[in-house]
Design a protein. Structure first.
Lengths: 429, 566, 258
């Protein structure tokens, strides 16, 4: 059986043209997906059932036991942290926010170690954006800054940019100019018409210089800025100003280098400045397939896109204080619920160290590094494979993930709602 | 199920000709009935003003651009936070509250139905998710067609039926309620950073004008027999001198429907400016109101501006960018492929600004100069003109000349010569207000037939009891009491169940979303049209099979079907 | 009146305490009603602090609150304070002196993040180091600190005085990255060194007596000036040109590389 137009639950490109072959309850082949997406459909490395860590090793427990113990751990905690969320559907994310509100905990998503700075920048200067089809149909200049889409978003170029023909751009490969900015050569810089090679940490200065040039104040710019020649800076500014439609994409090169949100802010202000001359838009290259979905859900429910602290019964937001890494590194939380992510693999050592000293409950289809730190692991269905649900693409377009097979696993949304219900009935903290 | 008896209610029910009578209202299983037997819960309204539940016919509370407004404004969020309490979730936000914030605040004010002002079809799923989290109001979505490529091609080809067919397919697919046009033609231009300046200018490549888009879709709307008319945000919003464009847009509307308007113009305050620049901007509410008075086929809403901080958010991308160029505040933009656009920017309306004072006066002038309250409904284009929590103040301003004079004294003096308001004596009465905040909306949106906006047996039991005695209150003098009363109901009843009492929310709630499905003959079914499907998959970046919004997104679903006359 | 609050030892000293109730004016009423939040639970002040009150006062200006013991995780002390004095004998937690408009706060140890956030008046003196966002604003607001006087004898972290819109901030030691970013008015003085100061500046004055690393390329050199005390020659820059800026930075020594 072939199921068509399946949405890929890997990265935030959210390609929705996959054909998934299913035989006897297993995925046998995937057409149109990139390696990353195919791999997610084809691997089957799942936990069998809920387990609890004891002194003598892992013990198989029932779902009921796992839920009951999680309820107790959350109820007793004075500062529980509910973290992850990016790789599950909106229905689970929404249940997670309700749970965090109910237990007076902190809820945060992988955003805070990824594109959190992009959101902080947007909160300072706004987001001049669009859906990806605008880029595909109109853009004749595309910028990739501080990201390597050939590796992290393999089909981005063929679906939306460099190789994607559109209504007003009939021969994208010939008509589109691609500018890539990075600190070193990559597979993405290799396909660029212009490669801006800058020194590490130099993004803020280079973007500022480009802004000044676009404003007509290029005389202030020195001969070289962070390794980029004045001559190239003027050439890039010119190319951007004379674009019919320019699209700016960016990634960790801006968000995770010194200055973080200030780098992104400078990029946004450059796009704003260019918008006074011609049409430009900007899109963060979100990583996980539904990390933006968490930001959306958390925002309409609490007012804030991530790092929300409910300790006082209402939402408080302050990245740097209410973000997961900071809370863990400062040893503030006394219990952690991890859903659909792997903080042990990605967080700095002192944060992970604290994770090892508090009770951790993990809801995830697959075992990962965080499982080693967990007291309880509850395997759940995979959103987009054996569970339906809503996901938001990197540009905000919401799609409904399909269910292509049934594995008998419970859905995380259901478990989270049940936990919340029991805590509400039992009184909670 | 539930039985409720409201006793001693001072009822104003304009759709049934009741202008102030003390009566009992009987409710059974969520509907108003002739009578209920013993065993009903009794609410004593103590002779207080009892109206059908409020209906907001144009508010921005759910969807992509609203959520953009939220997360780009953490400072707005922290300005209005409440704690979780009982069944109430915690809320945040002042001008762009969270969904629960919106729902509880509307409910506290007695509002039970709302029409979301703008929903891009491609992102409809997002709007419906937020509808589900706005649980105390029934919801409807204005669906944007102003920059829709297949529609513009049909308009270019003068093929009204094809335009109607595309609209029919889209509305049913995304569970929309009505055709919304925001700066028609301008959206597509904004895809290139440009705009249209007048309704006869043509859009590049598609070679259609805003006037053609508006005219074609008005006819398509009536062919599809949709409950609401075309809902139009005119071109040139906010531009001094734009009143000509507004009247020109109204002139495009034929009278095609005996039950309601054929064209609804929204937030007309923003479209009634005279002058040539910010320096000489003045009110042209008079000619605009006179045009409305001459055209029964037109209904407008005020789009009242209220002083203070707020956030603007509309599908008028180029207009929002111009505000950015003017004020240099943080600005967001979101163009939606093949469909429409949007922009968001915070603003501050100040009494020291002559322009803002003129704007404030214009909204009130429209309401006072349009003769029939059925043709001029109360709204602020929430939050563009101001947050909806300010509606009670607007009511008081309309009912009290004294209050208006008090406010006029605090305005920038230079504004006074640019406006007509000081010379307007008219004071609206309770009946007028009931029309402008619910009965008029029900008629304009075509939802009396599903039981909205009135209180006779057969109506849905959406009822608001306001803590004010009409027989003991002179609204002209006691405007502060009027404000207080409309800010907080004694009881808000939704589907026969009390949901709010003195500002306290009593239930979680599950709302109903009303959408339309015009039935078209097979040859007009875009779902079976190979050209439509081919272009869809080629130019959109989502597959046509993934585009429609599944009905499970609606908490409760009410589909208004119609037989299209194609 | 002197109110001495001695922090009791806690089983888990890392759970933060939110103590926005600790402002001098509050102690004009009996201390019994004051609560603090320990994580997600409200507790009486006396659960977390031993309270000793000496003397009386007729108004807030006559009240001095002394914080003793481990107060490094106690947040929001002095929030919205209008008068009186707070003296912290050791380290203080985040958000000390939020929205302060009058009175004095003195910290003998170090201050955690967001010291003096959105201050409007009053004085804060920190003898130790201040962490990130010292003298800054809140996410999304256009203005940060609007008035008052904030002095740190040690070092300060990143984003010191972000969005400065008035008042005076003095850091005796070094600052981290991007001090004075987005500043529009007010005065920032850094006696030590820092990196990438005053990005996007639109107004106000910043003086840096140490060395600037990563000097931003969008500031225009505009002559030299002599600093009165010490007779040090400073170079004057105007900008940020990328942002239509009309601010001024005086720098003793700089390099464009980071």
């Amino acid at each position: 059986m072939i199921i068509r137009d399946v949405i890929c639950p890997f990265c935030a490109c959210l390609c929705d043209d996959l054909d998934v072959h299913v035989e006897e309850g297993k995925v046998t082949a995937v057409d149109n997906a990139c390696d990353l997406g195919s791999h997610k459909f084809l691997t089957d490395h799942r936990m069998k059932g809920p387990v609890r860590r004891t002194a003598s090793g892992w013990q198989e427990i029932t779902l009921e036991e796992a839920i009951a113990e999680t309820v107790e751990l959350l109820s007793n905690a004075e500062r529980p942290l509910l973290y992850g969320w990016s790789s599950t559907c909106g229905e689970a994310q929404s249940a997670g926010v309700h749970l965090a509100e109910r237990v007076g905990g902190v809820i945060d998503a992988t955003t805070s170690v990824c594109h959190g700075p992009s959101i902080l920048a947007i909160q300072e200067v706004g987001h001049p954006g669009c859906t990806l089809g605008q880029v595909k149909n109109r853009a004749n200049v595309v910028v990739y800054w501080g990201c390597n889409p050939m590796h992290a978003h393999p089909r981005h170029l063929s679906r939306y940019t460099t190789y994607a023909d559109g209504f007003f751009v009939r021969n994208a490969f010939k008509e589109r100019k691609v500018i890539v900015a990075d600190v070193r050569g990559t597979d993405s810089t290799n396909v660029a018409d212009e490669f801006i090679r800058l020194q590490p940490g130099g993004d803020y200065a280079v973007l500022g210089a480009l802004r000044a040039i676009v404003r007509g104040k290029g005389d202030v710019v020195p001969e070289e800025v962070a390794g980029v020649s004045r001559e190239q800076l003027f050439r890039i500014a010119d190319l951007c100003k004379s674009a019919r439609y320019g699209a700016f994409f960016f990634g960790m090169g801006l968000t995770q280098t010194a200055g973080k949100y200030k780098n992104v802010r400078n990029a946004i202000e450059l796009v704003d400045e260019l918008s006074r001359h011609t049409k430009w838009t900007l899109t963060p290259m979100r990583g996980h397939f539904n990390v933006y979905g968490f930001n959306e859900v958390c925002t309409w429910m609490t007012g804030y896109p991530f790092a929300v602290d409910f300790a006082r019964g209402m939402a408080f937001y302050n990245p740097g204080e209410t973000t997961a890494v900071d809370i863990l590194a400062r040893k503030e939380c006394d219990m952690c619920l991890v859903v659909a992510s792997d903080p042990a693999a990605h967080f700095p050592a002192e944060a992970v160290e604290h994770l090892g000293s508090i009770p951790v409950v993990q809801l995830d289809p697959f075992p990962n590094l965080t499982t080693a730190f967990s007291r309880i692991q509850i395997p759940v269905a995979v959103s987009g494979i054996d569970a339906e649900g809503t996901a938001y693409r990197m540009d905000g377009v919401p799609l409904r993930l399909r269910k292509v097979l049934d594995r008998g696993y419970p859905e995380d949304a259901m478990i989270l709602k049940e936990i919340t219900r029991r805590i509400a009935d039992g009184g909670g903290p | 199920m539930t039985r409720l008896l409201i006793k001693n209610a001072y009822v104003i029910d304009p759709l049934n000709g009741i202008r102030g009578e003390v009566m009992d209202i009987a409710v059974k299983d969520g509907w108003i009935v002739e009578s209920v037997h013993d065993g009903a819960e009794v609410i004593d309204a103590r002779g207080c003003l009892t109206l059908p539940g409020g209906i907001d016919s144009h508010t921005h509370i759910c969807g992509t651009k609203v959520n953009f407004g939220r997360y780009m404004m953490p400072e707005d969020m922290r300005a209005g936070r409440t704690q979780r309490r009982g069944v109430m979730h915690s809320t945040s936000g002042y001008s762009v509250p969270t969904t629960y914030g919106n729902s509880y605040r509307y409910s506290t004010m007695g509002y039970t139905s709302v029409l979301e002002g703008a929903m891009a079809p491609l992102e409809a799923r997002h709007t419906h998710e937020e509808f589900a989290a706005t649980p105390l109001q029934d919801t409807m979505a204005n669906t944007l067609f102003d920059g829709n490529w297949p529609v513009m091609e049909a308009v270019r080809d003068r093929d009204v039926k094809r335009a109607a067919a595309i609209v029919a397919w889209t509305l049913a697919a995304v569970k929309g309620f009505a055709i919304k046009l925001t700066n028609p033609g301008g959206s597509e231009c904004w895809g290139w950073g440009k705009n249209v300046k007048c309704i006869h200018e043509t859009v590049p490549y598609f070679e259609v004008s805003p006037a053609e888009i508006i005219e074609t879709l008005i006819r398509a709307n009536e062919m599809l027999r949709l409950p609401h008319s075309v809902h139009l945000h005119c071109n040139n919003l906010g531009v001094p001198g734009n009143y000509q464009c507004t009247i020109g847009s109204m002139d495009l509307a034929p009278d095609l429907n005996p039950d309601r308007q054929s064209l609804y113009l929204t937030h007309v305050q923003f479209h009634a400016y005279g002058g040539t620049s910010w320096k000489d901007i003045c009110s042209r509410a008079e000619p605009v109101a006179h045009a409305v008075n001459r055209k029964p086929q037109v209904t407008i809403d005020m789009g009242q501006m209220m002083f203070g901080k707020t956030t603007t958010m509309t599908a008028d991308g180029p207009m929002e960018f111009n505000l950015y160029r003017l004020h240099h505040n943080k600005w967001s933009n979101h163009d939606v492929e093949l469909e429409t656009t949007s922009g968001i920017i915070p603003v501050y309306y100040s009494k020291t600004s002559v322009v803002n004072c003129v704007m404030w006066a214009i909204g009130l002038e429209l309401a006072l100069l349009v003769a029939s309250p059925w043709q001029c409904l109360l709204a602020t284009d929430n939050p563009n003109g101001g947050p909806f929590i300010k509606y009670p103040e607007i009511i008081a301003l309309l009912m009290s000349r004294r209050y208006r004079e008090e406010e006029l004294r605090t305005l920038a003096p230079e504004a006074l010569s640019r406006i007509t308001l000081p010379s307007l004596d008219r004071e609206l009465d309770w009946h007028d207000i009931a029309v402008m905040t619910r009965a008029g909306q029900a008629r304009a949106l075509g939802i009396q037939s599903i039981g909205k906006g009135h209180l006779a047996p057969g109506a849905e039991a959406d009822i608001a009891i306001y803590p004010i005695r009409v027989d003991e209150t002179d609204p002209s003098r006691q405007f502060r009491d009027v404000i207080r009363a409309f800010q907080k109901t004694s009881w808000t009843i939704k589907r026969g169940r009390p949901v709010a009492r003195d500002g306290e929310i009593l239930v979680e709630g599950t709302n109903k979303t009303v959408w339309v499905k015009p039935k078209v003959p097979d040859q007009y079914d875009m779902g079976k049209d190979p050209e439509f499907a081919r272009n869809f998959d080629r130019y959109y970046t989502v597959r046509m099979s993934n585009y429609p919004v599944q009905e499970l997104y609606l908490q409760r679903s009410l589909c208004m079907e119609s037989e299209a006359q194609l | 009146m002197r109110v001495i609050l001695s922090a009791r030892p806690r089983k888990n000293p890392f759970i933060p305490v939110e103590a926005e109730g600790i402002v001098p004016a509050r102690f004009l009423q009996p201390a019994e009603g004051i609560t603090v939040a320990v994580g997600n639970r409200d507790r009486p002040l006396t659960d977390v602090f031993e309270v000793a009150i000496e003397g009386t006062a007729t108004d807030a200006a006559g009240v001095e609150v002394v914080l003793r013991g481990d107060t490094s995780r106690v947040k929001r002390v002095g929030e919205y304070m209008e008068a009186g004095k707070i003296r912290v004998e050791r380290d203080i937690g985040m958000h000390c002196g939020n929205f302060m408009s009058g009175g004095e706060i003195e910290i003998l140890g170090n201050a955690d993040g967001w010291l003096g956030r959105e201050m409007r008046g009053g004085r804060i003196l920190c003898h130790g180091n201040a962490s990130h966002y010292c003298g800054s604003g809140y996410r999304g607001e256009k203005h940060g600190m609007r008035g008052g006087y904030l002095e740190v004898k040690g070092d300060a972290g990143d984003f010191t005085a972000e969005y400065l819109a008035g008042g005076e901030v003095i850091i005796h030691g070094n600052c981290g990255d991007m001090p004075g970013v987005e500043m529009k008015a007010g005065t920032l003085t850094i006696m030590g060194s820092c990196s990438r100061p005053c990005g996007n500046m639109t107004g106000g004055t910043c003086t840096i007596l140490g060395t600037v690393a990563g000097m931003l390329p969008t500031f225009r050199r505009a002559g030299t000036a002599m600093r009165e005390s010490g007779g040090i020659s400073l170079t004057r820059f105007e900008g940020d040109v990328a942002n239509r800026g009309k601010g001024t930075i005086f720098i003793r020594d700089w390099q464009y590389t980071l």
